[in-house]
Design a protein around this ligand. Structure first.
Ligand code: UD1
Length: 336
């Protein structure tokens, strides 16, 4: 049985990926520092899969602890989610973001090099494309200067991995996520935003639940059909499955280059107003919202061309926006 290390395995995307790994028969070891999640997620994963993953509470900025972990565990592959992810906070606190998102990445890669470990999957983001000149966005679109420190940690992270792959014959895949939403069908795991949510869907569900008074729609003067910004929302379970596909590509040595990257989205763009309408249908509740000015740093439209990912990873999305929104709503109802 292959043993896979999942860093950040108790987070939103990490926890869903752990479940899919266990379903596929992998043995999972989780590292998480619990800085943006709770230990209860481990029990919820166990309830879904019937098997408790091995768990280590480690802060990956502590190099010695990282080394000790690798001294004691034999690993066949790594899926690295652990990172800070709040865009606004990253701009106010760039050094903490570089220390955590870049520092821990470097430590893990050093351990891999020192022990000749292989097979590394990295959480990247469509934010690397900025406002792409052409839609849908293919992997050939150029990487644009990052708008935020968070975005820059993803760009630099990819560069570090690419150079490491070249120098040390490591094989790695970066997955460039579009907008992950939704919750597991069991409604036992989902997104747990701390404080006021910055992302659209958790803000929508909290508004519908009465936790927030109203949703602010950031701008209706974009050059899009209804004036609101367009994104590619992907069900988190579909996204989790893309990690399994990427991991198998590396384990089976089907990769064409040492370092590869793929767009992981649904391939479909939805405007903020379309999301609101779909949510109202899924929750059978009207949503209280108002139009306000644009949010600084937001782009007009981003959605993926998934042709390359579909073909190379032998993966495609199976769930709809309606299913994702309905699961997000059920998850919200369970929280409040
Ligand atoms: C944001 C980040 C992106 C990150 C991604 C991770 C910014 C500028 N970008 O992407 O770097 O990779 O999250 O999930 O923060 N919206 C509203 N009202 C709200 C919240 C959002 O109208 O209260 C709109 C936004 O303007 C945007 C859309 O909803 O058009 C989606 O927003 P969000 O969920 O924050 O994702 P992104 O901005 O695409």
């Amino acid at each position: 049985m292959k043993k896979i290390l999942v860093t950040g395995g108790l987070g939103f995307i990490g926890s869903h990926t752990v479940v899919e790994l266990q379903h596929e028969g992998f043995e999972v070891i989780i590292i998480d520092d619990l800085s943006n999640t709770t230990i209860g997620v481990l029990d919820n994963i166990t309830e879904i899969t019937g098997k408790k993953p091995d768990f280590h509470q480690i802060d990956l900025r502590k190099k010695k602890e990282v080394t000790t972990f690798f001294d004691n565990n034999k690993i066949d592959g790594i899926i690295h989610f652990a990172a800070f992810k709040a865009v606004g906070e990253s701009v106010q606190n760039p050094l903490d973001y570089y220390e955590n998102n870049i520092g821990s990445l470097v430590y893990i890669l050093q351990e891999m090099r020192n022990r000749k470990l292989d097979n590394f999957i990295f959480s990247s983001s469509c934010t690397v494309y900025g406002q792409a000149d052409e839609l849908p966005i293919t992997e050939n679109a150029p990487v644009k200067k990052a708008e935020s420190t968070y975005g820059n940690t993803k760009q630099i992270g990819e560069e570090i991995i690419e150079e490491t792959c070249k120098a040390h014959h490591l094989n790695a895949i970066a997955l460039r996520y579009f907008n992950p939403i939704g919750a597991h069908d069991s409604i036992k795991i989902g997104e747990l935003p701390l404080g006021v949510p910055q992302n659209l869907i958790p803000f929508v569900t909290q508004t519908a639940a009465g936790i927030r008074k109203e949703l602010s729609v950031f701008g209706d003067d974009y050059p899009t059909p209804d004036g609101t910004a367009i994104r590619d929302y992907i069900h988190v379970v579909d996204l989790a499955k893309a990690h399994i596909a990427a991991l198998k590509r590396l384990l089976n040595k089907n990769n064409k280059q040492n370092f590869e990257f793929f767009n992981v989205g649904s391939g479909k763009g939805s405007s903020v107003l379309e999301v609101i309408k779909a949510f109202e249908k899924a929750s059978k509740k009207p949503l209280n919202y108002k139009i306000v000015g644009r949010r600084e740093g937001d782009i007009t439209a981003a959605f993926a061309d998934t042709t390359i990912a579909n073909k190379e990873l032998n993966w495609k999305t199976e769930k709809t926006l309606d299913e994702a929104l309905s699961s997000a709503w059920k998850w919200q109802l369970k929280q409040s």
